[in-house]
Structure formats: structure tokens, C-alpha cells
Design a protein around this ligand. Structure first.
Ligand code: ADP
Ligand code: MG
Length: 567
């Protein structure tokens, strides 16, 4: 019996591979092979994008290992051409990219997998991080392997360890496993902790240059608490010093919210939980459910609170499981907690925008948390106007998601959709105008359109929050601009009047004495009359306060008077 089953299985497999007479050939593909064959899905579509994307993935990992862990980031990025002799064979230019940080480091036990197995990550938890797919650095390693044939080299030390560990490895594409070529460890000198990753790949620096510089610049806008050094293949060194030591508080790890759960997720929670009853499971495994809520919820849907969670996995219980998931989505639980998010904060956004654009006016807001499908999110918007910002035909849009600058696919992004649909005239802005709009979406689940993480889908809840945030700051800008216009109008009027003050004062000075005693008036007398006239004119001009500070109209009129030359 068993032999015949075996045989029939064996036959089935061969038939499968032959395609059961269909002429098709069937086989399985590892995820490493899948991404090696579909590089563009991860953002590695050509040598320009690849160079940019590799830098981006490494920098994002460095930032996740620092600011998300409460460490003020220090990041050193170096991009260098592979020296000539090895390039003299007519092959395309290759570059060595190396990124070093002062982050928490990678434990040696996970090092090979973290850099050598696609879809291996420490970020598969509900927490706001830049990385989320467990793909980024491996996509860069794969691209390096395919275009330069070289391994990735990693040095890393964690805080607790006495050693610095090194590994050079490649990815076994067929098996999706790391292949370690060399490893070593050294006793730590001092207390260094962090990671340095180096890889070589084919790239096009001359085309990627502007994007990479822009990426680093925009990172510095949103993380003014980071110190970033960028060494370019042209021998330039760009240094972005830390301009504040204030840093957003690191995100905490969250439990899932009941509104976002699905059947598969609930099953895996049931498999791993220690809760003995359904009620305990709800309280311990979900956020926003306390004892009272759990009891009320189960009563409302007539589900037994004492039910053993594992019972739900038994055959014949599928309907109950489905009903439970529907109920979880429907019941009005408290909104997801925003403690798990790490917004930048309006003050840091303003610091960043001021430093990068030296604008005339800046405003920013961090909105209160909202949720989309059980995932909390916060929208932040900053607007900068005037000063050294160049006038353009539309606002310069700086898009960020979980603190990552997004540079490509602008027109597909929800922020672009909102910002380009705003009627800026309503806010006293006529294009071309010097306007920068920064939009940041922070969430435990950013709905990116692709794994390359370049644009965000237009989820209605997020879209409307962005609109509200932009409008909120734009209204403040309008108040500033209309005050400024009124001020300029008032100054224009006072100039017309003030111009005459010196001459009028001189003439009036004669009237101090009766006509028979007229003589050239003394300077002191003319000055006193001038002062009275200045007060008179100043009283009649209305200078609105700018940025909350009132201006002294007398000062302004006096300055005008002083600048008038009498013949
Ligand atoms: P993701 O960032 O989405 O998790 P990656 O493939 O980019 O995926 O990285 C895999 C894992 O390697 C990360 O989850 C992290 O644990 C670890 N890692 C990568 N770079 C660093 C770094 N510079 N410092 C600390 N850990 C890192
Ligand atoms: Mg990553």
C-alpha cells in the first residue's frame, strides 16, 4: 500500500516536471533567484538607479540602527571608482560603496543571514522603521554579485560584545543561503560599536550623482541630528554637520490592532500564544483591548470567552474563526496607539528646512495620529517660503515616508496628488513662487506601491490627512503673506509722506517766532519739529506684527526721513 503511494507520488512529480503532457516545464524558484531575475522590482533597474538604490539601502539600514535605537547617528558614506587597471578591459564602470555607522551593530549569529539571505530581517515586527521587507541590502549584494562578481564585506560590533566581527560573503542564488568566503574576529579596541558594509557594483556615477546628493541632502533635512559625511568618486567630501542634538523618540514595538487582523494572522497568533482562553488571548496579544473590552466584545458576538484558542484551529471551526475576524474588524475598539510611531516633530522639521533653504518663512505641523486598516499613522507637513528658495512653476515637494526621502515616481505619489491639487492662489501664492512643501508619513505600515519604496498609494485616510495638514500650514503662510503685503503698502504710503518731512520741518521752524524776528532756525528747533511730524505720520500708518513681533512705525518713518537728502 505504502509502496504504491510512494510510486504514484514519484510518478506525479515526474509528470509535473514534464508538464503532464502540456509541454510546459515546471520548477521552483528561490526568492533570491526571483529578485536576481527581477532586479527592477527592488529598484535596481539600471546602473544609475542601482548605484542610487544601493547607497539608499545601506544608509537606511544605518539610520535604523542609530536613531531608531536612540543613538545620535554618525554616518560615513564613501563611493569610489574601482581603480583603472581592473577596468581597462572595456567593461563598464564599477564602484565600491561603503557605508559605516555608529549603530547597534549586527549580532554575529545573525550576520550571515542578515546580509546573505533574501527576506531575512529584524524588522518583521510592528514598529516604525525604514526597512520592512528584509530585502534591501540583499538586493544590493545580489546586484553586486551579478555585475561585479564580488562579495559583500561586513564589519560589525554590538555594544555588548568584546569583538569586532568580519564576514565576506555571497548569496547562493539557487538556495537563497549565505555562502561565507571569509570570516574573522578581533578584540575590540575602545568601545566602538556599529557596522561597516562594503560592496562593489556596476554603476553610472555621472547620472546618479544628482540623485544621490539630493538623497543625502534630504536625509539631512529630516535628520538634522545626524552627522553625515559623503565622499564622492569625484573626490568631493560633503559634510552635513549635526545642527541639533534633539532627536525623535525611538519607536516602540507594537502588538497588532484588531482592526487590521486577518484569518492567517489570527491563526499564527493562536499557534504561538500562551493564553489559555480566548479572552486572555485578546487581552495579551492585541493592542487596544483591555479586560472589560474583551468581555464586552465576546458577549456582544456571543462567543464563549473560555474557549481554548487552539480549538479554533480544529477542523469544522473555520466558520467561527471567520466570524471572530469579522467581529474584530467591526467592533469599535480604541484607535491604534501612536506610541509606536516616531514622528520627526514640527520643531525638528523647521530646523531642517531653515538650514537647507534659509527661507523667509517656515511653518510645520505634526498632526494627531489616525489609522488606516488598523495601522496607526501620523502626517507631518512643513512649508518654507521665500529667502534663498528659487522660484518654480510648482511647489518643490519633499516627500518622506518613515523618514526616508522618496525621490523617484513623484507623480504616482499620494503627496503629489494632494499638493498639486491645492489651489495656491487661495493662499496668496502666485506661481512661479519660492515654495517648498515637505510631507512626512510615519506609520507602522506605509502603503508603498512597490518594494523599491519610492511612492505611497493613495489610501483615502492618508490622503485626507495630508490635505488637512497642508491646508493648516498654508493658512498660516497666507496670514504671514497678507500681513507682509499690508506692511509693504503702509511703508509705501509713509515713504510718500515722510519724504516731505525734512523740508516741511525746516519751513515750519520759521513759525516759532513772529515774522519780525524771523531768522534761520536753529538745528535743535528743526529737529524737534521733525520728531513731532514723524510721530504724526507714524500714528496714521498701520504696521501689522510679523511673526508675532510688533514693529515700531516711528522707527520706520525715522529711517526714511534720515535717508532723505535736502538740497
Ligand atoms: P530590512 O532593512 O528591510 O530589514 P535589509 O536586507 O536591508 O532588510 O537588512 C536586513 C537586516 O540586517 C536588518 O533587518 C538588520 O537587522 C540588519 N542590518 C543591516 N544593516 C545594518 C546596520 N548597518 N546596522 C545594524 N543592523 C543592520
Ligand atoms: Mg534595509
Amino acid at each position: 500500500m505504502s509502496a504504491s503511494v510512494q510510486r504514484s507520488r514519484g510518478r506525479a512529480r515526474t509528470a509535473d516536471q514534464r508538464g503532464g503532457g502540456t509541454g510546459e516545464k515546471y520548477r521552483e524558484m528561490s526568492v533570491a533567484e526571483f529578485f536576481a531575475k527581477n532586479k527592477e522590482l527592488a529598484g535596481f533597474s539600471n546602473p544609475t538607479r542601482a548605484l542610487y538604490q544601493a547607497v539608499r539601502e545601506l544608509v537606511e539600514n544605518s539610520l535604523d540602527a542609530t536613531d531608531a535605537k536612540g543613538i545620535l547617528p554618525w554616518i560615513h558614506i564613501s563611493i569610489a571608482p574601482v581603480p583603472e587597471p581592473s577596468q581597462g578591459d572595456g567593461s563598464r564602470p564599477r564602484y565600491v560603496i561603503s557605508v559605516e555607522d555608529n549603530g547597534v551593530g549586527v549580532p554575529v549569529t545573525s550576520m550571515a543571514m542578515a546580509f546573505g539571505k533574501v527576506l531575512f530581517s529584524s524588522k518583521y515586527v510592528i514598529r516604525q522603521t525604514r526597512g520592512m521587507y528584509g530585502l534591501g541590502v540583499k538586493a544590493a549584494v545580489l546586484y553586486g554579485q551579478m555585475t561585479a562578481g564580488t562579495p559583500v564585506e561586513v564589519f560589525s560590533a554590538t555594544k555588548g560584545s568584546q569583538y569586532v566581527h568580519m564576514m565576506r560573503l555571497m548569496i547562493d542564488v539557487q538556495r537563497n543561503e549565505p555562502r561565507i568566503l571569509e570570516k574573522g574576529e578581533w578584540n575590540k579596541r575602545g568601545s566602538w560599536h556599529g557596522t561597516k558594509v562594503t560592496l562593489t557594483l556596476e554603476g553610472d556615477w555621472s547620472r546618479a550623482r544628482s540623485k544621490i546628493l539630493e538623497y543625502v541632502k534630504r536625509t539631512a533635512v529630516i535628520a538634522p541630528y545626524a552627522e553625515i559625511v559623503l565622499e564622492t568618486p569625484d573626490g568631493e567630501i560633503l559634510y552635513f554637520p549635526r545642527t541639533t542634538r534633539r532627536m525623535p523618540k525611538p519607536p516602540k514595538e507594537a502588538k497588532p490592532h484588531p482592526h487590521g487582523v486577518d484569518i492567517e494572522q489570527l491563526k499564527s497568533i493562536i499557534r504561538s500564544t500562551r493564553a489559555k482562553t480566548l479572552k486572555d488571548l485578546l487581552v495579551t496579544e492585541f493592542q487596544s483591548i483591555g479586560e472589560k473590552t474583551a468581555v464586552d466584545f465576546l458577549e456582544r458576538y456571543g462567543i464563549d470567552p473560555k474557549l481554548k484558542p487552539r480549538e479554533l484551529l480544529r477542523k469544522g471551526r473555520e466558520r467561527l474563526l471567520r466570524r471572530l475576524v469579522d467581529a474584530l474588524m467591526e467592533y469599535p475598539f480604541r484607535s491604534p496607539k501612536s506610541d509606536y510611531l516616531s514622528p520627526i516633530g514640527s520643531d525638528i522639521i523647521e530646523i531642517g528646512l531653515r538650514r537647507m533653504f534659509a527661507p523667509e518663512w517656515v511653518g510645520a505641523v505634526t498632526r494627531s495620529p489616525k489609522a488606516h486598516r488598523g495601522h496607526p499613522f501620523i502626517v507631518e507637513v512643513g512649508i518654507a517660503y521665500g529667502g534663498s528658495i528659487e522660484s518654480r512653476d510648482e511647489p518643490l515637494l519633499l516627500r518622506y515616508a518613515n523618514k526616508i526621502p522618496l525621490l523617484y515616481e513623484e507623480r504616482e505619489d499620494v503627496s503629489y496628488k494632494v499638493v498639486s491639487s491645492i489651489n495656491w492662489k487661495q493662499y496668496n501664492i502666485d506661481f512661479p513662487a519660492p515654495l517648498v512643501v515637505l510631507v512626512h508619513i510615519a506609520s507602522t505600515k506605509v502603503p508603498y506601491k512597490g518594494v523599491g519604496k519610492e511612492s505611497v498609494s493613495d489610501v483615502p485616510e492618508i490622503e485626507s490627512e495630508i490635505r488637512n495638514a497642508v491646508q493648516e500650514i498654508a493658512r498660516k503662510l497666507r496670514i504671514y503673506l497678507s500681513r507682509k503685503a499690508r506692511e509693504q503698502e503702509a511703508i509705501k504710503r509713509s515713504i510718500t509722506l515722510a519724504k516731505y518731512i525734512p523740508e516741511v520741518a525746516l519751513s515750519l521752524a520759521y513759525f516759532i517766532r513772529p515774522p519780525e524776528k524771523w531768522q534761520p532756525p536753529r538745528e535743535e528747533e528743526v529737529r524737534k519739529i521733525k520728531e513731532s511730524l514723524i510721530r504724526l505720520v507714524a500714528r496714521n500708518i498701520d504696521l501689522p506684527p510679523i511673526d508675532g513681533e510688533s514693529q515700531d512705525p516711528e522707527e520706520i518713518v525715522r529711517k526714511i526721513v534720515e535717508s532723505v537728502q535736502l538740497d
